[in-house]
Design a protein around this ligand. Structure first.
Ligand code: HEC
Ligand code: HEC
Length: 429
């Protein structure tokens, strides 16, 4: 009996040891490493940023905040395929459309966007920042280039994330409200809309303005939308900083941090599944835009989403989207720029054979529930062919042929191995 026990123990530990060796061999082929904690937090700016992030006063009709669509209880997203903008009521899957307009893309999770690594924002990267030279490229020309027309606004912005934060305020669907419904919606241009928001804050929240004058050591008249962006950026950067997943701890040397099944899943991630080809490095992304033949799904009546092409107008950028880092995806469903996949199983099935998925996938009908308008799966052969042939990575054209066990292991790794326990209070495991 004792012999058997010793035998069993040594067998299991040797299995563990073997798999760790396999993993370190696979990892040595890639630029990898744990994500280090973001440092340099400015507590006062962070606190003010949190207040602004949660405050509906920044929306034209005072009925929606950033938090509505990037909620801590919804993994910094909103649990919906497509966000419901101002005029909707409620949070997460409980959100009801009412008079709200449905936004054409899925609200992305916003983990770890505060690092310099992240120089492009939005699925199509339409806000970008080049730190060397402090140069922005955004939909507002006044902020762009080496000598922007409004250097007073760009001065406080220190990251792409800070600049990104002032754009939802301009979107009529997201926060600004429809023309005729409030003074910000009626502003003639972007700069005027931002100015009117600052005027509103001066009138109704002098405490915010005063805090800005203290933090930046400036006069009341000098406070502008750039400061608001910087504060919200600071809040998002540090509030949604996630560097302590079991995977990160494993890479830091704690070999017990992942279970045997998670390690088996990691092997699939690094090997047969080829996930590492795009979700690599400390950020688990490839810092670029990629077409992975996601099935077309849209709000009925909307045009076809062309992805990165909409910014660059380069043919080769059609159907490319920013490759997201994938920490905490256990709590951020549904997935992709159009929220077409409801589960991680569906995501993994997709990657197992992208051609079959692109041509045959049928989205779960539950995704429709919060909306009055229909969501539509567009499955046209000609369009699918364009998307499929637009892929660049040769291996995507071949099925992965993962076994059911490999898919299960991969799912467990992605679901639990990449989950920072700080953010998962609502899950049962
Ligand atoms: C109505 C829902 C909604 C509201 C309100 C909203 N967002 Fe978003 N957010 C989205 C959607 C949808 C996208 C993706 C849009 C796209 O890529 O075209 C997005 C994108 C982002 C991104 C880019 C993430 C990335 O990885 O590129 C950040 C950061 C962000 N929002 C922060 C904010 C902040 C800050 C506010 C408040 C000022 C805010 N959002 C308000 C829905 C919303
Ligand atoms: C060729 C590059 C590439 C490969 C290989 C790849 N991904 Fe992705 N991944 C992306 C891109 C790009 C997106 C966003 C696509 C979109 O929205 O259209 C994405 C999105 C995701 C998402 C959704 C994240 C979110 O916030 O919606 C998950 C989860 C994911 N990938 C997991 C995986 C897994 C698991 C594998 C391996 C089986 C894998 N990926 C392989 C590029 C890749």
């Amino acid at each position: 009996m004792r012999f058997l026990l010793v035998f069993a123990l040594s067998l299991s530990s040797s299995t563990y040891a073997g798999i760790d060796d396999d993993i370190s061999q696979l990892l040595s082929r890639f630029k990898h490493g744990p994500l280090e904690k973001l440092t340099g937090k400015k507590p006062r700016l962070f606190k003010l940023g949190k207040q602004l992030y949660e405050d509906e006063i920044l929306s034209g009709n005072r009925n929606i905040s950033c938090q509505t669509c990037h909620h801590p209880d919804a993994g910094s997203s909103d649990d919906l395929s497509f966000s419901i903008g101002e005029g909707g009521v409620g949070i997460g899957t409980q959100r009801q459309q009412l008079s709200g307009v449905v936004v054409r893309r899925h609200s992305p999770m916003i983990f770890n966007l505060g690092y310099d690594h992240h120089d492009h924002m939005f699925w199509d990267g339409r806000v970008s920042y080049y730190k060397d030279g402090h140069i922005f490229q955004t939909p507002a020309i006044e902020l762009n280039g080496e000598s922007p027309q409004r250097p007073d606004i760009t001065a406080p912005l220190k990251r792409a994330l800070d600049a990104q934060a002032i754009f939802p305020l301009l979107s009529h669907e997201e926060m600004r409200g429809q023309v005729g419904s409030n003074e910000i919606a009626d502003a003639q241009n972007d700069i005027q809309a931002w100015d009117k928001l600052i005027q509103r804050l001066k009138k109704e929240r002098p405490d915010y303005i005063k805090e800005f004058t203290k933090i930046y050591n400036i006069k009341k008249q000098e406070v502008n939308i750039g400061h608001v962006g910087a504060a919200m950026g600071e809040f998002m950067a540090f509030e949604f900083n996630s560097y302590d997943t079991p995977y990160d701890r494993y890479l830091r040397g704690d070999k017990q941090a992942l279970t045997l099944q998670e390690k088996q899943g990691l092997k699939v991630y690094l090997g047969k599944g080829r996930c590492i080809m795009c979700h690599f490095g400390p950020h688990l992304d490839n810092s670029t835009f990629t077409n992975v033949s996601v099935p077309v799904f849209r709000v009925k009546g909307q045009g076809i989403d062309l992805g990165r092409y909409e910014v660059t107008k380069r043919e080769k950028d059609k159907f490319k989207y920013k490759t997201p880092g994938i920490r905490n995806v256990a709590i951020t469903a549904p997935y992709m720029h159009n929220g077409v996949f409801k589960t991680l199983d569906e995501v993994i099935e997709h990657y197992d054979d992208v051609e079959v998925s692109l041509n045959t996938f049928i989205p779960d009908t539950d995704l429709q529930i919060p909306y009055k308008i229909p969501l539509e799966r567009v499955n046209q052969q000609e369009l699918n062919n364009k998307i499929y042939n637009g892929m660049v990575e040769p291996f995507l054209f071949h099925p992965r042929f993962m076994s059911n066990q490999e898919k299960k292991d991969l799912k467990v790794f992605v679901e639990r191995g990449l989950l920072d326990y700080k953010f998962h209070s609502q899950l049962g495991f």
